[in-house]
Design a protein around this ligand. Structure first.
Ligand SMILES: Cc1ncc(COP(=O)(O)O)c(C=O)c1O
Length: 459
């Protein structure tokens, strides 16, 4: 198979994506190669600066655990397009479902004339999300849109306005979700004014809060909610069971159940934002399951449809039904092609062994990352679950976040053929989010490159 690119006729030369791509790290040029540089130069002239590119290659195919660029380089994918391609980038089942649907009809607008695929996705989410109560699901396009709608629905149900979110939270970049997101740069800076009635309280962050118990951290957060907001004004508490962009922070055990119990006792809708953690990523179908949480509403997106844009709000029927007819929806929400992809993907998560695969990835990743940590005290913490794992890099003497080291490790990995993402309020977390279809060998090789990066970066 040749990867020689002819940009004007990609159909002739582009390798087909999916699991059949050779599963190897293979560098045939420097990264980025000359052809990627050409494409990215056009990007600079055609696309605004605000739309950044972390690793400036131009992709022509992806699948299994690799991403192939226009120069013929094959990179190990430890990012899954930010936790999206759990089923892989071109899973044959998804390709077949999408191809079939696209040949039937691409769009009608569900709120004008309905179709079965949307309803089947809703039925699947109602069945699979935590809790056996009566549920309803509404579909949207992006994660931020799902979060916005969860807040709308909670407000309609409670007839209250305030929303509580947490330190380090990330919920999106629309106006309301910018207000809900914690980090200023790059997500909010210069883009205000932000939506009102959003209040932030402390999160349990075991590595940085002195090991406060989950119960104590929850008590502190609840006290702040009661003093500064008041349950009488509060529509919803929105929380990521494991924080994503904020640094893969896992609250201490007991924190999430205590917040959920307080919300229940006080007539506040408890919303789990599972947009990054959902769909087998953490070794359960939903991360809420780790502590037996039953959220009132749950937002999902990313992994749901194998890369096609789809998101959902699923929750208690009486809450979901509180919004008046016509109050929810949008032109593309629950697009039939995205729904077909979701049905094929959800079947793979439920019946294709992918949840079990996330647990195997947990063992491989945790083992390899703990070994790195044992050899290098600049790794302050190894945390996460399943195929959502991270290391936090620090100055060993003080524990201060080391963002500069983190940036160097990521740059080294990129140059050596590994798609590696950083995150965290302090920019000092490297996150590992491989597709669930990656092989153990590629995973270990990816972590080995991170080890080489540390070795090549003297303190
Ligand atoms: C937890 C969480 N919520 C919301 C979002 C926003 O999703 P989207 O980028 O699809 O709008 C993200 C995206 O990273 C996320 O991780």
């Amino acid at each position: 198979m040749t990867f020689a690119p002819v940009l004007d006729s990609p159909a002739d030369t582009t390798p087909v994506g999916g699991p059949q791509l050779p599963q190897e790290r293979r560098l045939v040029t420097e990264i980025p190669g000359p052809l990627s540089r050409e494409v990215l130069a056009r990007k600079a002239a055609a696309v605004p600066n605000g739309v950044g590119v972390t690793l400036p290659i131009a992709v022509v195919a992806a699948g299994g655990g690799v991403v192939v660029d226009v120069d013929g380089n094959s990179l190990i994918d430890l990012g899954s397009g930010i936790a999206v391609t759990g089923v892989g980038n071109a899973a044959p089942e998804v390709v077949a479902a999408v191809t079939d649907q696209v040949s039937r009809f691409t769009h009608t607008c569900f709120t004008i004339t309905a179709y079965d695929g949307y309803i089947r996705v809703a039925e699947a989410l109602n069945r699979l999300t935590p809790g056996d109560h009566d549920k309803r699901t509404a579909l949207f396009n992006s994660g931020a849109e799902a979060v916005e709608n969860a807040v709308k629905i909670a407000r309609a149900y409670t007839r209250k306005q305030a929303v509580v979110v947490f330190d380090h939270a990330y919920h999106g970049r629309t106006n309301l979700t910018m207000a809900m997101t914690a980090k200023s740069m790059p997500y909010k800076s210069g883009f205000g004014p932000f939506a009102s009635e959003v209040y932030r309280v402390p999160l349990s962050y075991p590595f940085r809060d002195g090991g406060l118990s989950g119960a104590d951290a929850a008590a502190a957060a609840i006290s702040q909610i009661e003093k500064q907001v008041g349950a009488a004004n509060l529509a919803a508490v929105v929380i990521e069971p494991i924080q994503g962009e904020g640094g893969f922070i896992e609250p201490a055990l007991g924190f999430l159940p205590a917040i959920a119990a307080w919300a229940k006792d006080n007539g506040v809708v408890f919303v789990a934002d599972e947009i990054q953690t959902g769909f087998s990523r953490t070794g359960h179908l939903f991360a809420s399951e780790h502590e037996g949480l039953v959220p009132d509403l749950i937002t999902t997106a990313k992994g749901i449809a194998g890369g096609l844009p789809l998101s959902a709000v699923t929750g208690r029927a009486e809450i979901m039904d509180a919004a008046h007819a016509g109050g929810l929806g949008g032109t593309y929400g629950g697009n039939p092609v995205a729904c077909a992809a979701a049905l094929a993907s959800i079947d793979l998560f439920e019946n294709g062994g992918l949840t079990e695969r996330a647990r195997e990835i947990d063992v491989v990743l945790r083992g390899a990352l703990n070994a790195l940590r044992a050899a290098d005290d600049r790794i302050g913490d190894v945390r996460g679950r399943g195929a959502m794992m991270a290391i936090e890099l620090v100055e060993p003497a003080t524990g201060a976040p080391d963002a500069a080291l983190t940036a160097k490790i990521a740059a080294f990995a990129h140059a050596h053929g590994v798609v590696l993402l950083t995150c965290g309020t302090y920019g000092n977390v490297i996150r590992f989010l491989p597709p669930l279809t990656i092989s153990d060998d590629l995973l270990r090789e990816g972590v080995r490159v991170v080890g080489e990066a540390l070795a090549a970066t003297p303190r």
